[in-house]
Design a protein around this ligand. Structure first.
Ligand SMILES: NC(=O)c1ccc[n+]([C@@H]2O[C@H](COP(=O)([O-])OP(=O)(O)OC[C@H]3O[C@@H](n4cnc5c(N)ncnc54)[C@H](OP(=O)(O)O)[C@@H]3O)[C@@H](O)[C@H]2O)c1
Length: 221
């Protein structure tokens, strides 16, 4: 067995829910980082077979329930207006990466996400109360996610935020992001993860780690 296969077997298996703009890119960069990845949309995997073959070679298109059952990490890459229809039981006991943003122009006004005392991932985590939810990958565009990857040694390596309430889950997700090709800045709660949201200080910005740290922790400067 090659060392690549040995390393793939030791990495967590990833299920990406969502096969629109960002889901296939997340699946592809994860595969290229050595992960075993499956991808699902809301229905029959036959409907995403061609997209998967073209955009995510090496990924398995599956029914969502099957993809999740055989995974260690589930990436939620669906529009937030579809989130209310997602059965929390589907991802119970899983580590969930929440990449979703609340965009009223796209999602419509959603009562569930209108309470601005809470970040969207706090609300997601409240509903997915049997999952460990980590917020990441929401603040980088899908095209950038592909082209901004750099090796560890690169001075141009971009930083991405990873926020969550469970330190082990945050570490696990940070490891995925770093293997994909990004530095990480960890935020120790989903509440702090509001910094990563649209309108926040790092949303859509390409920042090196030091500048990212300064942007999310200005009080530490
Ligand atoms: N676009 C970006 O650059 C970007 C970057 C970072 C984060 N995000 C966030 O990622 C999320 C998705 O954005 P997008 O632009 O990729 O959306 P999109 O192009 O509209 O794709 C939506 C995908 O979600 C699938 N889906 C809906 N409900 C599902 C369910 N219950 N289970 C599995 N799949 C389901 C859809 O499948 P069907 O067609 O079968 O319904 C479709 O494949 C949003 O919350 C967005 O804020 C986007």
């Amino acid at each position: 067995m090659s060392s690549a296969l040995l390393s793939a077997a030791s990495l967590p298996r990833i299920a990406v829910l969502g096969a629109g703009h960002v889901g296939p890119v997340i699946a592809r960069v994860a595969i290229e980082a050595g992960y075993q990845v499956s991808i699902a949309a809301s229905g029959d995997p036959d409907r995403i077979a061609l997209i998967t073959q073209v955009l995510v070679p090496g990924a398995a298109p599956r029914w969502a329930a099957d993809a999740v059952a055989d995974s260690d990490i589930v990436v939620l890459a669906i529009p937030l207006h579809k989130f209310a229809a997602l059965d929390p039981g589907l991802v119970a006991d899983k580590l969930v990466i929440d990449t979703m943003n609340y965009w009223p122009p796209v999602d419509g006004v959603r009562e569930m996400f209108e309470d601005r005392r809470y970040g969207s991932s706090e609300i997601v985590a409240h509903r997915l109360d049997r999952s460990r939810v980590v917020k990441s990958l929401n603040h980088i565009g899908y095209h950038e996610l592909d082209v901004d990857r750099r090796p560890v040694s690169s001075p141009q390596r971009r930083a991405l935020g990873v926020a969550g309430d469970d330190p082990d889950a945050v570490d696990a997700v940070a490891d995925v992001i770093e293997r994909i090709g990004y530095d990480t800045v960890q935020l120790d709660s989903l509440r702090a993860g509001r910094q990563l949201e649209p309108g926040g200080p790092v949303f859509g910005l390409s920042l090196r780690r030091t500048d990212f740290e300064l942007a999310v922790r200005p009080q530490a400067a």
